[in-house]
Design a protein around this ligand. Sequence first.
Ligand SMILES: Cc1cc2nc3c(=O)[nH]c(=O)nc-3n(C[C@H](O)[C@H](O)[C@H](O)COP(=O)(O)OP(=O)(O)OC[C@H]3O[C@@H](n4cnc5c(N)ncnc54)[C@H](O)[C@@H]3O)c2cc1C
Length: 400
Amino acid sequence: MEQELTYKKVGIIGCGASGGFASVLLSKNPYINVFAFDVNNPFSTLLPTGGGRCNLSYDEDDISEFVKNYPRGSKFLLSVFSKFDKEKTINLFNDLSIKTYVQEDKRIFPVSDSSKQLINELNKHLKTNNFKHIKQNVSEIEKKDGRFIVKTSDNEFEFEYLIISTGGKGRGLEFARKLGHNIISPVPSLCALDIKEKYLYNLSGLSFKNVEIKINNKKYPICTGDVLFTHNSVSGPCIFKVSALCAFDDFNEQNPLELNLRLTDFTYEEIEKIIKTNSKKTIKNVFSKTAPESYINEIIKINNIDGEKQTAQMNRKEKEIMIKSVTELKIHAVSRKKGSEIVSAGGIDLNEINPKTMESKLVKGLYFIGEILNIDGYTGGFNLQNCWSTAYNAYYAVSS
Ligand SMILES: Cc1cc2nc3c(=O)[nH]c(=O)nc-3n(C[C@H](O)[C@H](O)[C@H](O)COP(=O)(O)OP(=O)(O)OC[C@H]3O[C@@H](n4cnc5c(N)ncnc54)[C@H](O)[C@@H]3O)c2cc1C
């Protein structure tokens, strides 16, 4: 009997990235019985991450720099990471026999370069007697006499500790609201943006490296990164940053989001010089040195410019059109591309959560981890790092 009292029974609602990681850590403790609820297999949400390679973190040691990559939650994460940061995460993955490597752009991947293999490796750690996967979704949660009653369609369970990790889209937010929490209504972030400029639709498939984007009429920082033109929208890391910064802004056909794109490394003045020193060369030839040829051809066509004439013969207006098309292309985003979002912004109000333990300040024994929190990062491994660190802090608090 005495022995039984030392056991802890922990319920985990949602066994994706954060819930799965918390399950692995908690079930290493023989005095904890873990019950993870999820209709899907543990960690299956990791499968599409990083294009099937799982970009699991980012190689930045300074946590005050690291948190700059979260439009929401950076202050809270400073405290979360002070307990368990990227370095400790990588060491822990190593201890779990999962080796990682840093790519040139500082993104971190498993050595296997395969999310499928990573999922298999993580699942090996769940093959213990004190971990049980209940392959059902939770339909209701109640708190009664200091314990949590968790209901599925055909069963009822009781726990003294409960971790909610249903991600940005699961029903966890509804459960949290019922338990008295304030929710910032989730909106899509890290998504492609539909644009007004029909002539650019012809560029579908074309990508630009190191683009700089200024969001006009807003006080947001300049975004940099690659941009990809798709059918009627723009996508890629730089656009994802824009979409993250503007996640809570309204924009539409009547009131579009105006973006200025610098598609080239050259300044306006530098291109003027290039034109002068290449006065005998064709417009097409000279401008193709500043941006991809197919783009330049499109700009020439849409503006009825003769691309075969020498740059010396360009009139002032043509020169301005051509230079601005690469140094400050103006586009107008009218909507977020439906279903393209990678994460949700919004979630559980961070004022109600202790960042060192992830425990609710309102309900004792209740913990929130991962994307369900009002935390979202840019692409680059930041969203998963939030999952690993918040999962660790909850594990540490529950098991101490
Ligand atoms: C295509 C794609 C690529 C991505 N690539 C990367 C990347 O490379 N790097 C990166 O850092 N981030 C990436 N992300 C984001 C990252 O995957 C998420 O931020 C992360 O998975 C969130 O983890 P989580 O544990 O909070 O929720 P999830 O991993 O979404 O897990 C939530 C789990 O809860 C379960 N659930 C929901 N409701 C219930 C319920 N009522 N009862 C029981 N279970 C429930 C769901 O079935 C799910 O398994 C990517 C996202 C997408 C969509």
